[in-house]
Write a protein that binds this ligand. Structure first.
Ligand code: RIB
Length: 306
């Protein structure tokens, strides 16, 4: 059976406006572009993993309007199993309002809509699917009780758990030791650990029971921290960025796919760095997410920063 990943997922429709630079409080400006695009950290990571050629299943709760159908159609096109996606009558879908600036960076406000109702019971209904997978991943856009339930099932059945702690928020004490791999960016790591120094912040979270921390560092790549092992830095890629929406999700999804294949750490992080770099080459979260062969060709071309 081919490697398989389950994502406890958020689904959002992204309303993306392109403007020159961040707004001041109370300021209005004219946007130069506007798009309505698929998003949600969970759905994005699931698509990134599916494009890396592993089987992907979603556990999610979505609304029953046209935006919910947009998600179902997208997942079907990507070959993602949506058997455990629940449609809730009369509820709106998750929506993200996103401002993208000239340099490709962004600000995002997420309203979770029907996703806020994803519960431990929804996750437990998918226990058989979770048991068959190699990796279970989630982000902090879904209720933490749903993630906790999924990671408890995963731990019982030796399935690797991966959490993208975005948006960063305080996590329950009981969740930390259930996390095999955590993928924060620098700011998220600092907020979670309440510590500005990256090495010390990672050490603090490892002491809470996290198995491994992969800090994403933009075009500088990433750094892997594990208990009692020297940190491993893996170089990133210098690319001309169009927008960075979903780059962290692409990293998480590609890493999940590599770990599901039992790829050694260094190679897995190289692949995730390359997939994330390529994802910044077109507008929106999923447009430029690479297939496995695109990612391998890019790695072979050698654009690394270190
Ligand atoms: O990480 C990018 C994603 O964050 C966007 O797609 C948006 O939906 C928010 O979830």
């Amino acid at each position: 059976m081919s490697p398989s990943v389950v994502c406890v997922a958020s689904w959002n429709v992204d309303l993306v406006a392109r403007i020159a630079q961040p707004l001041q409080r109370g300021q209005t400006c004219m946007a130069t572009h506007f798009d309505r695009l698929p998003g949600g950290k969970g759905s994005n990571a699931a698509i990134a993993a599916a494009r890396q050629g592993v089987q992907v299943g979603l556990i999610a709760r979505i609304g029953d309007d046209d935006m919910g159908q947009m998600g179902l159609d997208l997942w079907s096109r990507e070959g993602i199993d949506s058997q455990f996606v629940v449609r809730s009558a009369g509820e709106s879908n998750g929506t993200a309002v996103i401002l993208v600036y000239e340099d490709g960076d962004n600000s995002i406000a997420v309203y979770p809509g029907a996703g806020a109702g994803l519960s431990a019971a929804h996750v437990q209904a998918a226990t058989a699917r979770l048991k068959q997978s190699q990796v279970v991943m989630a982000s902090c856009e879904v209720p933490l009780s749903a993630t906790q339930a999924a990671f408890e099932i995963a731990r019982t059945h030796q399935v690797t758990t991966l959490l993208n702690p975005a948006p960063a928020m305080p996590l329950p004490d009981a969740l930390w030791p259930l996390i095999d791999v955590l993928t924060p960016n620098e700011g998220e790591l600092q907020r979670l650990a309440e510590e500005g120094n990256i090495d010390r912040a990672a050490e603090r979270l490892l002491q809470l029971g996290v198995g491994a921390i992969v800090v994403t560092l933009g075009d500088q790549g990433c750094a892997l921290y594990r208990p009692s092992v020297a940190p491993l830095r893996v170089a990133g890629h210098a690319v001309r960025v169009v927008d960075t929406i979903g780059a962290g999700d692409t990293f998480t999804g590609a890493l999940a796919a590599a770990l599901a294949r039992r790829t050694p750490w260094h190679e897995a992080l190289n692949e995730a760095n390359a997939a994330a770099a390529l994802s910044t080459q077109a507008p929106g979260a999923v447009t430029a997410m690479p297939t496995r062969s695109q990612m391998l060709d890019f790695l072979a071309a050698g654009t690394r920063t270190g």
